[in-house]
Design a protein around this ligand. Structure first.
Ligand code: ZN
Length: 412
């Protein structure tokens, strides 16, 4: 099934040899591209040509390509450094030919290229930032689309806050099952305004049905280990995850929420999941929110226009992002914040509860209450440093003045 999908996509690209998307006039339009191949041959190259000229290149790979090199106009650009499956590369000036050099077997899923014409790129072009060393917010979802359906409003709201970093991680990885869901995962998060590259799930969805219950994944504890590692690695101030009841009773959602609840209570102890403690150090999350949690409830306002999303609301952004999960549109699922929705108790994206806090309870419906973003903390620290050095310098000048007066022997 997955091979068929890939082959169809590759064939359609090879056959068309052109990108056919049509965009609004104000954004740059892609040039017509000709690919020498979609998968890397024995010589390790794929050639990209267009007589129209291009310099802004956006590639979606079939898998994570590893390190690769883009050669154009006699220059080499090192790419694949951040392990992105969707990567944007910009050349200094337009070229008519570029070559990809990479390990044999690298496969392009789709590619678009644009000239340097001064116009902005279409919104669908994803220009990811590397995963942060520490994220203000870590969102952990089970499957790609749970992040959108249940946590998407919260993600869009937080990602739109100036200077806040939002890292999203999934439990399940789809490279071996339905690889298109890995693409949809990123398209969805990009549509929510997330900029930090998301973390792919460690658990192979191809075996989801049974391995979670078997010894192979050490029962459910393997999920707790994974979640604990994420917490220690990204050092979040806020963690957001799904419902202990599994939203509509989904067992894997339940297990994830239980694992997160367990991990945030113990991630500060070095003897709990010691391997990740040794690798990243321990970490104590300040605030942990669970979807639909029955205590310390908050109701997010997802209907405020967000400047970062061009005036779109978080609710609309989540609805639009869910459409990016094309393979999942046949189900009953939808995004809602309506308290009167018949499924509000199972899926309402505005309903959360503060499960654990080291900084006090909320007094409003704002997840960031009592939290200062890392960027703001750095800003404040720099400000203090400046004041300190200014005071020191002033004190130094006063001292020098007094000293000079004393040395001048003016009888002071
Ligand atoms: Zn799910």
């Amino acid at each position: 099934m997955k091979r068929t999908v890939i082959i169809i996509l590759i064939l359609s690209l090879v056959l068309s040899m052109f990108t056919v998307n049509v965009f609004a006039a104000e954004t740059s339009a892609p040039v017509y591209l000709k690919l020498s191949s979609n998968s890397c041959g024995a010589d390790g190259t794929i050639k990209l040509t267009s007589s129209a000229g291009f310099s802004r290149i956006y590639i979606e790979w079939v898998g994570i390509p590893g390190r690769w090199t883009l050669k154009a106009d006699g220059n080499e650009t090192a790419c694949g450094i951040n392990g992105f499956q969707h990567e944007y590369v910009e050349l200094p000036k337009d070229v008519t030919e570029a070559e990809f050099f990479m390990p044999e077997g690298g496969k392009i899923y789709s590619v678009s290229a644009f000239p340097k014409d001064g116009r902005p790129l279409p919104e669908y072009i994803e220009i990811w930032e590397p995963q942060p060393e520490r994220a203000d917010v870590l969102v952990i979802a089970t499957h790609p689309d749970d992040d959108i359906l249940f946590l998407g409003g919260a993600i869009a709201t937080l990602a739109a806050k100036k200077g806040w970093t939002v890292e999203v991680a999934h439990l399940m990885g789809y490279f071996n099952k339905t690889p298109v869901r890995e693409h949809e995962r990123m398209h969805g998060l990009w549509a929510l305004g997330v900029k930090q590259y998301p973390q792919t799930g460690r658990f192979d969805a191809a075996h989801e049905g049974y391995r979670l219950y078997s010894g192979e994944w050490k029962g459910f504890f393997a999920i707790t280990e994974f979640v604990t590692e994420l917490i220690r690695r990204f050092k979040p101030q806020i963690v957001i995850t799904q419902d202990l009841g599994g939203e509509y009773g989904h067992i894997r959602h339940q297990r994830l929420a239980a694992a997160v609840a367990d991990a945030v209570e113990k991630s500060m102890y070095p003897d709990f999941c010691p391997a990740s403690a040794q690798q990243y150090g321990t970490w104590d999350v300040k605030k942990t929110y669970l979807h639909l949690y029955s205590k310390n409830k908050i109701v997010l306002d997802l209907r405020q226009p967000l400047e970062d999303l061009g005036g779109k609301t978080a609710l609309q952004a989540a609805k639009d992002a869910y459409k990016k999960h094309v393979s999942q549109q046949s189900g009953w699922f939808y995004v809602t914040d309506d308290p009167n929705d018949p499924r509000a108790d199972e899926i309402n994206a505005a309903y959360f509860g503060l499960y654990r806090s080291t900084v006090g309870y909320d007094t409003g419906n704002d997840m960031t209450e009592n939290i200062v973003s890392y960027a703001e903390q750095e800003h404040i620290a720099k400000g203090k440093e400046l004041v300190k050095s200014a005071l020191e310098s002033k004190a130094g000048k006063v001292f020098e003045f007094i000293k000079s007066k004393q040395e001048g022997g003016n009888g002071i």
